[in-house]
Ligand binder design. Structure first.
Ligand code: C2E
Ligand code: MG
Ligand code: MG
Ligand code: MG
Length: 291
């Protein structure tokens, strides 16, 4: 009996991983075609100050497959990073965002910096900086309107080379941000030799910050460190206005999260950054005006 049960358990897990492998392969193959089939689009999530003013936005990749439906970037980006496809995804996004910013400026919109998530493998490509610079030059965009979000734990092949690339991009005028801060520690996390303008504290430290003393201590330490280095500190994944109160108390002045706004279409974000449309932001702005 025991042997049969064990076999069943082993089979179950083997099937599980095989299933995952097939899904992984399927996503990889379908994603390859997604680029040319026009299945990708971009949502934008605002970054705000305590008073509700919008200081920027993050471009978030979206994939709607006619075969398997919507797939979260949390699922397909790691797969694309493994297969190398992420290099093409990033280039598609960079180009797309630059064209979008040009269009908004031409429409007379008072634009704010747009953040793009950069993967470790992007930084390993020798001509990545050239591609990025070409895009902003081609669309005649000031580089400080592009913010590059790098994760601390970005898996790059050569950390000194990656740091040199980032330093070059910073000197060209791009804003450099460390994303998901506090989660991983890598060569990229050394704030002292890195031209970082903003740190985004990972959502896991923000959740339940009012009641979780450990998380509160981590956030306070990061805020204190950023103060020393004169780096803007942003809390990501703020879902509750009580968290905002708590974070303001700690000296964190920039926010991103469902408490203010979810990622939204390019049309919705354009209405939001267009000052005359600001009253459309209901909950947070009314409240923020009182803070
Ligand atoms: P991230 O860069 O940390 O982006 C923030 C993620 O948190 C987004 O998920 C966003 O929708 C979500 N989020 C924002 N506010 C809240 C909140 O209040 N509560 C909760 N629960 N979630 C919130 P999304 O769009 O699913 O993206 C997941 C991750 O996928 C991103 O994490 C980023 O690492 C990656 N990603 C997304 N787009 C791209 C891209 O174009 N390129 C690369 N390389 N990675 C991307
Ligand atoms: Mg990000
Ligand atoms: Mg993040
Ligand atoms: Mg995150």
């Amino acid at each position: 009996h025991a042997v049969t049960d064990n076999d069943a358990v082993i089979n179950y897990y083997e099937m599980g991983s095989q299933q995952r492998f097939i899904e992984h392969q399927e996503i990889s193959i379908l994603l390859n075609e997604a680029l040319s089939n026009d299945e990708l689009y971009v949502d934008y999530q605002p970054k705000v100050r305590g008073d509700g003013s919008i200081i920027g936005m993050e471009a978030l990749l979206r994939w709607s497959s006619p075969i398997i439906g919507g797939v979260s970037p949390g699922v397909f980006i790691p797969i694309a990073e493994q297969s190398g496809l992420v290099l093409r995804l990033t280039r598609w996004l960079v180009n797309h965002v630059c064209i979008q910013i040009r269009q908004w400026e031409d429409e007379g919109l008072d634009i704010v910096p747009v953040a793009i998530n950069i993967s470790g493998p992007d930084l390993d490509q020798a001509d990545f900086k050239k591609y990025l610079i070409n895009c902003v030059v081609e669309q005649n965009i000031k580089p400080h309107f592009i913010e590059l979000e790098l994760t601390e734990s970005a898996k790059t092949q050569n950390i000194p080379d990656a740091i040199a690339t980032v330093q070059y991009l910073a000197s060209f005028g791009f804003c450099i941000t460390l994303d998901d801060f506090g989660v991983g520690y890598s060569g990229l996390s050394k704030l002292t030799n890195f031209p970082v303008q903003r740190v985004k504290i990972d959502r896991q430290f923000i959740t339940n910050i009012q009641s979780d003393a450990k998380n509160a201590q981590v956030v306070e330490a990061i805020v204190a460190m950023c103060k020393v280095f004169k780096i803007d500190v942003l809390a990501e994944g703020v879902e509750d206005l009580r968290e905002v109160d708590c974070l303001l108390e700690m000296g964190c002045k920039s926010f991103q999260g469902f408490a203010f706004a979810r990622p939204m279409s390019r049309r919705s974000i354009a209405k939001l950054i267009d000052k005359t449309q600001m009253p459309n932001v209901k909950l947070p702005l009314k409240r923020q005006n009182k803070i």
